[in-house]
Design a protein around this ligand. Structure first.
Ligand SMILES: O=C(O)[C@H](O)[C@@H](O)[C@H](O)[C@H](O)COP(=O)(O)O
Length: 235
């Protein structure tokens, strides 16, 4: 477990969005300075939308920025549930390269996972940043309990992404997913979480206290993180 997990508390989601967007901007600038390019994985869901709105207004050399979703619901592009569609709306107009990791709806989530892994393998690793969200049930990315859970947590080191069939399917988006694996997440040069609400905070605090035996996916991921992790929180 990273011995540095730091909480950053804000008065509201707007203040959090400004701070997180500033941190992400700095990470992207540093990568562009060092390497001429940045590769970041951004979470889906609703919480980060204000962060992305703010970040998209940053003065950055966006053409040098590649963005992938941390995880994706297996739905067609443009679907209201599609994470990359939400991310693309913010950053494609800026000139960033936003890469879908699911190209079509398919019943074969494992094949979708292999295709996503192949796309991820082509990126520059380690990722410069992985920005995670957390569900009130303790999931992060699309690492959920179910038949693919062990593979998501303990699959081969070089496997970056895989297909998962959550069991039960999450109510907010009841579809199979592809997700970065735990290895894909924890190898990022910077690992950040952005969440709102007392319930998620309680779950994350419990998960950290439980350590590697946590029943929560976020606990299992944090237990494997070696670099400092910043958790940004607003009520
Ligand atoms: O595709 C997804 O579902 C996500 O990437 C997921 O891990 C998300 O971050 C959490 O479910 C929190 O979602 P909210 O921000 O909408 O609560």
């Amino acid at each position: 477990m990273s011995d540095e997990i730091e909480w950053w508390d804000y008065d509201d989601a707007k203040e959090m969005a400004e701070a997180v967007a500033g941190d992400v901007q700095f990470i992207i600038e540093s990568a562009i300075d060092a390497r001429g390019a940045a590769v970041v994985a951004l979470s889906g869901g609703k919480t980060p939308i204000p962060i992305y709105d703010k970040l998209a207004r940053a003065k950055l050399d966006w053409k040098r920025v590649t963005i992938v979703p941390v995880d994706e619901r297996i739905v067609p592009l443009g679907d209201p549930l599609s994470n990359v569609t939400m991310i693309g709306k913010a950053f494609i107009p800026k000139g960033a390269r936003v890469i879908p990791i699911v190209s079509q709806s398919t019943a074969d989530h494992k094949a979708a996972g292999r295709a996503a892994d192949a796309i991820m393998q082509d990126l520059h690793w380690p990722l410069d940043l992985c920005l995670l969200g957390v569900g009130a049930d303790g999931h992060t990315a699309s690492i959920f309990p179910g038949p693919d859970y062990d593979e998501a947590l303990n699959g081969p080191r070089e496997r970056r992404a895989l297909g998962v069939m959550p069991d039960p399917l999450p109510v907010e988006a009841p579809v199979p997913r592809v997700t970065l694996s735990r290895q894909g997440i924890v190898t990022a040069r910077a690992l950040m979480i952005a969440v709102t609400g007392a319930e998620k905070r309680r779950v994350i605090e419990q998960a950290i206290a439980q350590g590697p035996s946590s029943p929560y996916p976020i606990g299992r991921v944090l237990a494997d993180a070696e670099l400092p992790v910043d958790i940004h929180w607003a009520p």
